[in-house]
Design a protein around this ligand. Structure first.
Ligand code: DGT
Ligand code: MG
Ligand code: MG
Ligand code: MG
Ligand code: MG
Length: 300
């Protein structure tokens, strides 16, 4: 690049590199979502479609950024854990991930709210923190899930009391100083068994990659394509390469496209293990989940 007299401005840039060999946790939080959720008439206290849109954004993050190992979402926030050894974006904290998340939120809005126009521009803030040990990452995630539980129980009580024709100030007085057990009792009197509420509300959402065994399948379309490439003369293929590449020519005589399974010499289906993005509403405070998914936070 040619030097110019303006080059000196680069000397003002400061290093923006996160500590090496530490888990990077990025937390994204909707900006002014109190107003945003009112404007779009999100259901109170939980809008399942809004939560599922957040989950879809997290799933898209996993498709886009291979160094993500785990994420946890609740309300208008999502925490993303990058593996310790990641060199993604040179470990710069001002990474592009939050703009990617926001763009997906806008792009997928209509998939989740076909009946609602997006009336204002959603944006998210982001902070990154480095954690040196697996234990602290687990404690971080447990902290977010405890928060989810406390807020959800309070909000569920609050809106049930409002539904039962209590005023806002009566409701606030009724809930002041109450413990978990008291709130469960209030809910029970109002006909709600807290543990029967959907797990997505009570536990929040986990999106992560997990190894799954699947049978090796390949599409019939691919087999035909290979067959044609092997048996039709090169000049023909050359002339019609664009059509073959687009697969348009097969639609006419092979619809729907079937998938065929591969078998080994003993007649057993060929299994392969691959990473799949999973969304679930697990308990991530106890040991069970982490014992069953030991590879997620393993030290490398
Ligand atoms: P901030 O983050 O400082 O810019 O401000 P907010 O307004 O985003 O506040 P925050 O992040 O502390 O709290 C999240 C807000 O989003 C909270 O006021 C309720 C709203 N919200 C999030 N999820 C839902 C939902 O499923 N239903 C409804 N009705 N509101 C929700
Ligand atoms: Mg906030
Ligand atoms: Mg917010
Ligand atoms: Mg929030
Ligand atoms: Mg550039």
């Amino acid at each position: 690049m040619a030097n110019s007299k303006y080059e000196y401005v680069k000397s003002f840039e400061v290093e923006d590199k996160l500590m090496p060999s530490t888990w990077i946790v990025l937390r994204i939080d909707g900006r002014h979502f109190h107003q945003f959720s009112d404007k779009h008439e999100f259901k109170k206290p939980n809008d399942e479609r809004a939560l599922k849109l957040m989950n879809a954004c997290a799933e898209a993050m996993f498709e886009e950024f291979p160094d993500l190992v785990f994420s946890y979402g609740v309300s208008d926030e999502y925490s993303f854990v990058f593996k310790k050894t990641t060199e993604f974006y040179n470990r710069r904290s001002s990474s592009i991930t939050v703009s990617f998340f926001t763009s997906v939120y806008v792009m997928k809005w209509k998939d989740f709210f076909p009946d609602k126009d997006l009336k204002s521009i959603p944006s998210f803030d982001a902070r990154t923190v480095c954690y040196p040990s697996t234990k602290i990452v687990r404690d971080y995630l447990a902290w977010r899930q405890v928060d989810c539980h406390i807020n959800n129980q309070y909000n569920t009580c609050f809106w049930k009391l409002i539904e039962s024709r209590k005023t806002k100030s009566e409701t606030q007085d009724r809930l002041k100083g109450t413990q978990t057990q008291d709130k469960n009792e209030i809910l029970f009197q109002l006909g709600v068994n807290y543990s029967d509420l959907p797990a997505i509300f009570r536990k929040g959402s986990c999106v992560f990659k997990d190894k799954v065994n699947s049978c090796f399948v390949s599409s019939l379309k691919n087999h035909i394509l290979h067959f044609l490439y092997r048996s039709i003369s090169y000049p023909f293929l050359h002339m019609h390469d664009d059509v073959l590449q687009s697969n348009k020519c097969f639609v006419a005589f092979y619809t729907p496209v079937e998938e065929i399974m591969k078998y080994n010499e003993n007649g057993q289906p060929v299994k392969r293990s691959r990473n799949k993005v999973i969304t679930d509403h697990c308990d991530i405070m106890g040991d069970k989940f982490w014992q069953e998914h030991a590879s997620i936070l393993k030290d490398e």
